[in-house]
Design a protein around this ligand. Structure first.
Ligand code: ADP
Length: 590
């Protein structure tokens, strides 16, 4: 059985299923222990021609065999079949329900975690938590209850019956069992550690495999297949070693268990035969005793199985609990309120920002205003902080109180969900789901009518391309959208954001992969369509922001100047240099 903060409540939630399972299990155990009594009747009947049942002596004939052995045996078998079926459904079924519930809870928690969490925890590790570890917890829950109760009831009842027949022989057979339990406890501790190492090795391996599949194009382009294979082999070997190391311990436990069980059989056979020899036992009783002992073997093995299982379960539950305990570090203040409407006025007030994992401020003293309905460009060299600034508007990270105001309200006083509900975003690394183009475009919107989707696609200048695909809007994209080009991916992402028709639209370097003609068309459509609504475009290309209402020029995480294109050309030397350089590049066709 497995216990822990995140699992205890399920014993209560599914108590009715667990109870039915345990009742069925106890009934099966009880009737199973009737079988050795029937063995005794048959053997004594064959040997002596008569049998004593409940202190009454009977002649052993066909009628007695039928009444006292065959019919009861048939009834017992029927009960065993129904009972075993029932406890399997109830106990294992509960294990699967717990796995489903925990997985749902973990998935819901995963949605609350910040970008920072995902930059530290790799996808492979998360996948192994959601598959391997959860399966282990499920196994430990269902099978754990089974083994614990089976060991308790079957073991207890067998022992009681054995004691009643001969207490000395029972005590003698218990000595090796005690050793076995002690060995199980000691070995179990090592097994927990090794299972933990095994899970970590598996998670490293799946991390690597996942990255390798995602980056297959880069690997092939640089002809690094062999390097990858070599690195994979090392991790695979490490995973194998961790498995072997765990299996060695597990095998040691099983060998010890078998050793102890066989030594008990020696004791029972030796001492039991002696008792038959001196007339204290008859052959039927010895068979009955051996029957009880055979019945006790499984519960005792179950205890070691339980130790083995709980070792694995504990290690996996620890990893699952650590994940569920991980704090949603970007969360609403208790006093935060929902906003029903956003006009789109954004005020940056001495905003400085440092990533939790870095030791320097990426943005320093940022102060400027975006008025409601303005189209604003944030421009600067790569690495100057444009994406960071866009992410902060979406509250992907925590910012100081009062450093960003939305419609005059501190961004920290607004619930993250309601703030994001009023924003649409085109990230730099456009992510498309492996779904139809239509579903990708309508992803962020409540409306999924084809006309709306087509209109958004036209605004993003991708309708023509999509119409040329054999299945049009029903074309299913490959994983991460790899069946479309970089520029098409960008434009589908833009269509997705436009379909939402939000109060604030943020495009992070969203037209960098399209040619200048297409860029022009998209920007013209944006200007017309987004009239009166706040639109923010980050870019490193001047052509993207040239005609916008306002341009914020960033350098080294600081605002160097804010103004229209002409104003900046006239008064900002660095901006002027950037314009001149890009003009030269365009003329030379670089
Ligand atoms: P831009 O969009 O202007 O190219 P970014 O905002 O992406 O620039 O990055 C600004 C700086 O912040 C860079 O020096 C980058 O290395 C750093 N940075 C970006 N993301 C993270 C992160 N998650 N953790 C730490 N540093 C980061």
């Amino acid at each position: 059985m497995i216990f822990g903060k995140y699992i205890n409540k399920y014993y209560l939630r599914y108590s009715y299923m667990i109870l039915i399972g345990i009742i069925a299990l106890v009934a099966v155990d009880f009737f199973q222990l009737k079988i050795p009594e029937l063995y005794s009747i048959v053997i004594n009947g064959i040997n002596d021609g008569k049998v004593v049942i409940d202190n009454v002596e009977y002649i052993f004939d066909i009628q007695l065999l039928l009444d006292k052995v065959c019919i009861p045996m048939f009834i017992i078998i029927a009960i065993l079949v129904v009972g075993r079926f029932l406890w399997r459904i109830c106990l294992f079924g509960t294990g699967y329900k717990v796995e489903k519930d925990l997985r749902g809870r973990m998935f819901a928690h995963s949605k609350k975690l910040s970008c920072e969490f995902y930059s530290k925890n790799k996808v492979g590790n998360m996948m192994s938590l959601f598959t391997n570890d959860l399966e282990t917890v499920q196994d430990c829950f269902g099978s754990g209850i089974l083994t614990a109760f089976d060991a308790l009831f079957m073991g207890g009842l067998s022992l009681y019956k054995m004691f009643r027949m001969n207490w000395l022989m029972t005590l003698l057979s218990l000595i090796p069992m005690a050793f076995m339990l002690a060995a199980g406890l000691v070995v179990g501790k090592y097994m927990t550690k090794r299972w933990d190492a095994r899970q970590n090795a598996f998670s490293d391996l799946s991390d690597f495999a996942q990255e390798s599949f995602s980056g297959i194009a880069v690997i092939k382009a640089f002809v690094k297949e062999f390097k990858e294979l070599w690195a994979f082999r090392k991790l695979n070997k490490h995973n194998e070693n961790a498995n072997v190391s765990y299996t060695k311990m597990s095998m040691l436990l099983h060998v010890l268990v078998n050793l102890f069980i066989e030594s008990v059989i020696c004791i029972v056979l030796g001492y039991g035969s002696y008792l038959v020899y001196i007339g204290q036992f008859n052959a039927g009783q010895l068979m009955e005793f051996i029957g009880y002992f055979t019945a006790i073997v499984w519960p005792v093995m179950a205890i070691t199985e339980l130790i083995d299982m709980s070792s694995r379960g504990k290690a996996s539950l620890k990893r699952v609990s650590e994940f569920l305990d991980s704090k949603a570090d970007v969360a609403d203040k208790p006093s935060a309120v929902d906003v029903d409407k956003v006009h789109g006025n954004l005020l940056f007030n001495n905003l400085s920002f440092k990533y939790p994992s870095s030791d320097y401020a990426v943005l320093q003293d940022i102060s400027f205003e975006i008025k409601a309905g303005e189209s604003v460009g944030i421009v600067g060299k790569t690495g100057c902080g444009k994406t960071t600034l866009a992410d902060l508007i979406l509250r992907c990270y925590n910012v100081e109180d009062g450093s960003i105001l939305v419609d005059g309200k501190d961004i920290n006083d607004i619930t993250i969900k309601s703030l994001r509900a009023h924003c649409a975003y085109v990230p730099q690394d456009n992510f498309l789901f492996s779904d139809t183009i239509a579903n990708n475009i309508s992803f962020a919107s409540d409306n999924n009518c084809l006309d709306g989707i087509k209109y958004a696609a036209e605004l993003a200048d991708i309708h023509g391309n999509i119409s040329n695909f054999t299945n049009g809007y029903e074309t299913v994209l490959g994983e991460r959208g790899i069946t479309v080009s970089g520029g098409q991916k960008q434009r589908i992402s833009i269509a997705r954001a436009l379909m939402k028709d939000s109060d604030i639209l943020i495009l992070d370097d969203a037209v960098s992969a399209v040619d200048t003609d297409t860029e022009r068309k998209i920007l013209d459509n944006l200007k017309r369509e987004r009239k009166g609504k706040t639109t923010i475009l980050t870019a490193h290309r001047i052509s993207t922001v040239k005609d916008l209402d306002k341009i914020v020029y960033l350098d080294g995480g600081r605002v160097i100047d804010v103004g229209t294109h002409d104003e900046l050309v006239a008064r900002c030397k660095d901006y002027g240099k950037m314009v001149a350089l890009q003009k030269l590049e365009d003329e030379e066709g670089i």
